[in-house]
Ligand binder design. Structure first.
Ligand code: NAD
Length: 412
């Protein structure tokens, strides 16, 4: 199933519950604008490399559009379109005053030198600078991009439009970035786990947890969960699964991974299993925090966890979603579970616009409040309507975008 098909399927399921007319579904599903540009940049050897860059602006009825920039060989218009729509629903479910967008370039950034990466980013900005801005569309980091790419982007955009760091988020902390942005997505996942388990009447210390992926999201989620008394008994990365039935030493693993190029290869403080073993371990809570579509119809029946929190984007495909639902496995959907990153991006934008700096404590408090309120709303919606948490989250998000569209009135 193509990426945009699964996003739209979840949308349609929620729209059915809302009895939404066909014309409105079409209006909400059709992106406002899709831009494909030529990005021609000089390689270090003097040759010109030509790649395609994309920016899809899905919806701006609730505010300026917001969404990351992804540099990855699989980036194409279809993927960017699906991710842009997902951002519209994500910002709506946590009630940020934003719409949704996404962009990217179909290239593997690891094949570029730092200078090439910078030149490519600046050419991309030259091509799209007129359609992005602090009041229209605000990019952020995503797969294959980082705080340095954000700095180059901002610097190039400001050459056209003047000083305005709010044009992009995920900037370095010393360059108008927000404290706490790096940990935000993983921390948000942890906050959601605490809320969800409380609702399910499971004590954290009795919730054996496995996390797939020990990168930005997985490692910060693991740290927060251990601090909240959850026994994290397995984590995996590309190098394998690391297991200890009594609970892993996450702070030791974090230091090891940082010193080891963000990988756990060679870590000997736990039992080693193959990477693919993690998903089917006998645990209470499973947190996929690596890739999309890792739980599918072939392995959905073998999942033993009773609860899944989708930290990655789209880790459970729609066929698996049905199988897991039938098995009464509770899934907290990505549009809520991993919204901590965009939430703190919003805080960064707010601080930039006010020329004011928040403390780390304030960022954490506001993140907790925003995510917890969103969780309670989704939980109530699911209980009242007797639908899954995913359908409830989509229903809330879609109704908010629908309401904003209707309030805009004649602009239609
Ligand atoms: P990352 O690149 O920092 O980490 C990815 C981790 O997954 C690495 O540890 C890698 O080794 C591991 N991994 C890759 N393939 C694997 C496999 N087959 N088995 C086990 N582990 C594997 O990425 P990230 O920023 O942590 O993002 C993870 C997911 O969360 C992605 O789906 C991303 O789209 C989503 N997400 C990230 C953010 C954010 O703020 N970083 C926000 C929202 C959603």
């Amino acid at each position: 199933m193509r990426a945009s098909e699964s996003t739209n399927l979840y949308f349609q399921q929620a729209a059915d519950h809302l009895k939404m007319p066909e014309w409105l579904r079409k209006l909400l599903l059709t992106p406002k604008r899709e831009v494909t540009v030529q990005v021609a940049f000089e390689r270090d050897n003097g040759m010109i490399e030509t790649v395609q860059g994309f920016r899809v602006q899905h919806d701006n009825s609730r505010g300026p559009m917001k969404g990351g920039l992804r540099y990855h060989p699989a980036v194409d218009l279809d993927e960017v379109r699906a991710l842009a729509a997902l951002m519209t629903w994500k910002t709506a479910v946590v009630e940020l005053p934003y719409g949704g967008a996404k962009g990217g370039i179909g290239i593997d950034p690891k094949t570029l030198s730092k200078k090439e990466l910078e030149r490519m980013t600046r050419v991309f900005v030259n091509e799209i600078h007129e359609i992005v801005g602090p009041d229209t569309d605000i990019p952020a980091p995503d797969m294959g991009t980082n705080f340095e790419v954000m700095s180059w982007f901002r610097n190039q955009w400001e050459k056209y439009h003047g000083f305005n760091p709010a044009v992009i988020t995920g900037k370095p902390v010393e360059e108008y970035g927000a404290r706490g942005r790096e940990e935000a997505t993983g921390r948000g996942v942890g906050i959601m786990a605490v809320k969800l388990l409380k609702r399910l009447n499971v004590r954290p210390d009795q919730c054996r947890t496995a996390i797939q992926g020990f990168g930005n999201v997985g490692s910060h989620a693991a740290k927060f969960l251990v601090e909240s008394a959850f026994p994290v008994i397995a984590v995996s990365d590309l190098s394998g699964t690391y297991f200890n039935a009594k609970g892993l030493n996450i702070s030791e693993m974090l230091s090891y991974s940082i010193k080891n190029g963000n990988q756990l290869t060679g870590y000997t403080g736990a039992e080693r299993l193959p990477a693919e073993a993690l998903l089917e371990l006998d645990v209470d809570l499973l947190i996929p925090a690596a890739l999309g579509d890792v739980i599918h119809k072939k392995n959905a029946k073998s999942i033993k966890a009773k609860t899944i929190i989708e930290a990655a984007n789209g880790p459970v495909d729609p066929e698996a979603d049905e199988i897991l639902k039938a098995r009464n496995i509770t899934i907290l959907p990505d549009i809520l579970a991993n919204a901590g990153g965009v939430t703190v991006s919003y805080f960064e934008w707010v601080q930039n616009r006010q020329h004011y700096r928040w403390s780390l404590d304030r960022v954490r408090q506001e993140l907790d409040r925003t995510m917890s309120d969103a969780f309670e709303n989704v939980w109530q919606q699911a209980s009242n309507q007797r639908v899954s948490l995913r359908t409830a989250a989509f229903m809330l998000a879609i109704s908010r975008v629908q309401r904003a569209t209707e309030l805009a009135g004649s602009s239609l």
